[in-house]
Write a protein that binds this ligand. Sequence first.
Ligand SMILES: Cc1ncc(COP(=O)(O)O)c(C=O)c1O
Ligand SMILES: N[C@@H](CCOP(=O)(O)O)C(=O)O
Length: 465
Amino acid sequence: MKYISTRGQAPALSFEDAVLTGLASDGGLYVPETLPKFDSATIASWAGLSYQDLALEIIKPFIDGALTDSELSAIIEKSYSNFRHPAIAPLVQIDRNEWVLELFQGPTLAFKDFALQFLGNLLDHILAKRNQKVAVMGATSGDTGSAAIVGCAQCENIDIFILHPHGRVSEVQRRQMTSVLAPNVHNIALKGNFDDCQNMVKASFSDQSFLPDGRQLVAVNSINWARIMAQIVYYFYAALALGAPHRPVSFSVPTGNFGDIFAGYLASKMGLPVEQLIIATNANDILHRCISDNDHSKKPLIHSLSPSMDIMVSSNFERLLFDLYGRDGDAISTLMQEFSSGSMTLSESALAKARELFCSHRLADEDMVRVIAEVFDKTGYLLDPHTAIGVEAARVKRKNQETPVVCLATAHPAKFPDAVKRAGQAKDPALPAHMADLFELEERYVVLENAINAVQQYVAGHLSN
Ligand SMILES: Cc1ncc(COP(=O)(O)O)c(C=O)c1O
Ligand SMILES: N[C@@H](CCOP(=O)(O)O)C(=O)O
């Protein structure tokens, strides 16, 4: 299987090269040239598989022989070995036909662990085989950073540089990143917002000449295809547990960079019967405005109580647009060019196609805290702020009460004690035992100006030999 760029001008790459390349040389994102498709009988035969065995079935066709089955299986086993729940992604019912998929049972308490523990182990394998050293550069609004750091800290061939917006991630999120003192881990608090961090990372991928000795950058953000690929698995896993393929399932997904929900879209294209994909946004609602009013225009970023979704430019939306425009790379190049000036308008046919599966909802902070309180009062279940937005979006937007709706619980509430307190909870939600000493650990990070030269100089000056 080859991987092609959404902008049509970059060379097609093998799986391994696509994983190592991150952003395509034409500024696009890599996607598989064709998607594997599974028929109903095949999907039905997976009922009851463990998460790890299901991951093997789903990931195998994408890697196209780059790893043997036993290599892939070993990487998968290792990646999910430190999850706290034996089901890896347990489903919890919170109402009739309404479920929460707990994607926060990994080491850093967010859904990012599903793909980033896998990506860390995959990179370790590929780089050792190639005897190659790389610099990982990533942007985080709080969760990708710690998952990537835990995924990569042990890799001898990786120096990892994570940019987070200074003062705009929760204290738990910051400490999770900055208390990892391994010499190959570098945290940069950028005096800017998440979009600034992401722009800087993307600009650095486009021109890597600041790196000495031909060192290559590798992406841990969801621009890296392997991130999306690993996230497809839990859509199948949850739907199978609820009766797929014999009955459809809907998903409500707290959305920022559009990677998570895009994995759900791919699951549906690969044969999973999905009735609705609900895009749940906070006040940074560009995707909601786009789907509901064809208004895809940038607005100033708002700092919300769901900080991980404080994102205006959603990288992976481009991957969806590529499909909506008939996989026409030139059309996507033109559209992205239009968006670089602040807004873009989708064609009527592209929007109509998107609306066949997607709908959207926006929830501001005051409503989000109300949802946390309501669900807790009714069920005793404590939602994190991002998940609460997804739960409310599901309630407002689902069109069929008989179809189970799965709300992706993207983070553990203990990562966001301020929001939880605002919802009327007297006590901070407890951190899991393995993080009990988080507030006593030494931190290490550098604060840098929002200037690309400052960041690139820092990266170039902190590479190991
Ligand atoms: C807790 C949490 N929820 C939701 C999201 C949004 O996911 P995505 O960026 O894949 O849309 C993120 C970050 O991306 C997150 O960290
Ligand atoms: N919410 C994310 C933002 C980065 O998204 P990614 O999925 O592209 O890595 C975060 O927590 O950092």
